[in-house]
Design a protein. Sequence first.
Length: 147
Amino acid sequence: MRKRLGLTLLELLVVLALLGLLLGLTGMNARKTIERQEEAAFVTGVKRLFWDGGTRASSLGETLELRREQQMLVLYKDTIPIRRLRIPEGVTTDLPTGKIATFLPTGKVELELTASCSPYPSFRVQNASGRRCLEVSKIGEVTEVRP
C-alpha cells in the first residue's frame, strides 16, 4: 500500500467551499451588527444633542436652535454651529428639514415636531434592522417609546 502525503483536489475543494460558506454567513451577520450599532449611536447622539442644547441654553442664558440640513443635525447659537451630528447612511428619520427645536434660556424647548409615532411630539429612526420611536418632552428629554 502506498502512503498519501497530501490532500486530493476534491478534498481541497470541499474544505474551501465550507470556509467560503462560513465566511459569507459571518460577513452578513457582521454587516447587520454594524448597522444596528450605527443606528444606536445615532439615537444616543440625538439624545445628547437635545440634552446639550437644553443644558447650555438654560445654564448660559442663550437661545439655541437645532436644525436638520440634509444628512446632518446641527445645533446653532445664532448662525454659529456649535455641534453637528451626521445621520448615517442606511438610517432614515422623519425629522423635518429646517428648524426642529428652539432651546430657550428658561429651560423650555419649543418643538417643531408633530406626534408622528406617539401622542406627544416624536419622530422615527429606522434602518434595515428595525424602527424606533423617540419622544421629546418640553424640557428636551428624548426617550424611546413603543408605538
